[in-house]
Design a protein around this ligand. Structure first.
Ligand code: BG6
Length: 517
């Protein structure tokens, strides 16, 4: 979807950009605008947002009218903020960022203080005049979630939720978490909607910015060979794995109130799952794709709703060894209670109750401190109805599988049976590989570069609509309730393993096995 052109159309009337492909490779640059980052002195700004902007500037992807305003409580002045911006630039910077940084501004103040927003309004008016930001604004909320509603309301109260004089748009970019359950997500939406219309709100799930996640759409809808077998007649089951070898790092306090279900399953897993299993959209544009995603999510059920305990395993890591180094157990991590019951691992069994997928189990698992980092989706196909080989000759034959390797080692592999050279008719599974790095040696853009550019150009395709958020919370709601009731009991796994034995039992109960990457 890169190289897309915004054209006027029916969707535009609903506030959703309607996109058509233009010449491949044609650079896409936002028009004049001021990007305001709340939480500009924080971790997300430092690690992701500023470096992504620096990359975009160096690739000449930010227009001449681009200005940045940092807002935070830290008492910096413009010069100190600019210094920080320069520090995050890539070592081999092309200089584009350095040139832009000279015009960046900083507003220091409390988010609850009227004066902060009055000051911001003044700075934006100045930028419109001096730097030709054109009255267009994009506000990025890189703050703690408790501030999302208050900041949005304060912006509206100061007349900043609408474009400035001569401007065309004011957009609000919000980072997950979008609430902590269905009710709080609805409350957050209500607060945001008091200040901004839904079409002004761009909710980021950074998984949607990954090229390999977007490639799920290319694989399915740019080819004719996969779709005919992408259904219950051919697929035996689906596996989604989001494995991390990292622990909770310095985020123990945050993670204690999140856990794997909220941190990964409700958002990243549901996004990947919906793109993989949804019906074909009529066009590659925001509302068509998001309509299909939400339709798919509406069909997802935890089969044993009353006893999520039978379909869900939750677990926590204990001390172990990763890459040859000893690592502590979760309960010994900084900011974590020594008696914590927070899950760092989940495995679950879902069903998609629709025509295409009826009866096809979807097994999902995610965890921290697993054997290695790997995110992938596998379609495991049904076994042939009859094998004309003696049993022992086909002993090493696994079911055919198509695996989409989201990260790392991005690519796709097809596992199928082949004859082993020799006098016997022995067959075993082999793998045919497509590697992103080999096919596209130029490398791929960081998810945040893509998403920031999309937010600035008004392409909502990769952002999460409020009904998607709600639906994803509705899916995990029975599991959240079971956890509150202390069910299922918290299992343990050793750091550096592939998870608890209970997760193996979950899938093996149906005669299937996890595919370890
Ligand atoms: C974030 C979670 O959303 O995604 C983190 O809060 C997790 O806990 C991260 O580590 C994983 O992202 P990625 O891109 O490294 O797979």
């Amino acid at each position: 979807m890169s190289g897309l052109l915004r054209v006027e159309g029916a969707q535009e009337a609903r506030g959703e950009a309607h996109l058509l492909t233009v010449e491949p490779g044609e650079p896409r640059r936002p028009g004049p605008l001021a990007l305001v980052v709340f939480g500009a002195s924080g971790d997300l700004a430092h690690r992701k947002i500023l470096p992504a902007l620096a990359q975009l500037a160096d690739h000449d992807a930010l227009g001449d009218g681009f200005s940045l305003v940092g807002v935070a409580r830290t008492e910096w002045n413009d010069e100190e903020f600019r210094k920080v911006c320069l520090e995050v630039a890539p070592v081999e910077s092309a200089g584009g960022w350095e040139r832009l940084v000279q015009r960046f501004r900083y507003v220091s103040g409390d988010y609850g203080d009227e004066a902060t927003f009055a000051k911001l309004a003044g700075v934006l008016a100045e930028l419109d005049k001096e730097q030709a930001s054109g009255g267009n604004r994009v506000y990025y909320l890189a703050t703690i979630p408790a501030l999302f509603g208050p900041v949005a309301r304060a912006l509206a109260a100061h007349g900043l939720a609408e474009p400035g004089r001569g401007g065309e748009f004011a957009r609000l970019v919000v980072e997950k978490p979008f609430g902590s359950d269905l009710a709080s997500a609805a409350k957050l939406d209500e607060e945001l909607h008091q200040a901004f219309r839904e079409d002004q709100i761009f909710r980021i799930d950074h998984y949607m910015g990954k090229e390999t996640v977007q490639n799920v759409l290319a694989l399915r809808f740019a080819n004719s060979i996969f779709e005919p077998i992408w259904n219950r007649r051919y697929v035996d089951h689906v596996q989604v794995t989001v494995a991390e070898s990292l622990g909770v790092e310095h985020r123990g306090t945050f993670y204690e109130s999140a856990g794997a279900l909220r941190d990964i399953v409700q958002n990243h897993v549901m996004q990947v799952l919906s793109l993989t299993l949804m019906e074909p959209p009529s066009q590659m544009e925001a509302s068509s794709i998001r309509d299909e995603k939400v339709k798919l999510l509406r069909s997802v059920v935890v089969p044993d709703v009353d006893e999520a305990v039978n379909d869900v395993v939750r677990a926590q890591y204990t001390a172990g060894i990763i890459d040859g180094a000893a690592v502590p157990g979760y309960r010994s991590e900084e900011g974590v209670s020594p008696t914590s019951e927070t899950e760092t691992y989940i495995a679950m069994h879902l069903l998609v109750d629709n025509w295409r997928w009826a009866g096809v189990p979807v097994y999902v698992r995610t965890g921290k401190r697993l054997a290695r980092r790997a995110t992938e989706v596998s379609m495991i196909f049904q076994r042939p109805p009859h094998l004309p080989f003696a049993g022992k000759l086909a002993r090493d034959l696994r079911p055919d599988a198509l695996t989409l390797r989201i990260q790392p080692d991005e690519g796709i592999s097809l596992c199928f049976g082949a004859k082993v050279p020799g006098p016997e008719f022995r067959v075993r599974s082999v793998s045919m590989d497509f590697s992103y790095a080999d096919a596209f040696p130029g490398g791929t853009a960081e998810a945040y570069e893509r998403l920031l550019l999309d937010a600035m150009t008004g392409d909502a395709t990769l952002f999460i609509r409020s009904d998607e958020v709600d639906q994803a919370w509705a899916i995990v709601a029975p599991i959240q309730q079971a956890f509150l009731d202390g069910e299922p009991p918290l299992a343990r796994y050793r750091a550096g393993s592939w998870g608890p034995i209970e997760a193996d039992r979950l899938i093996e109960g149906s005669g299937r096995q996890w595919r370890n990457p």
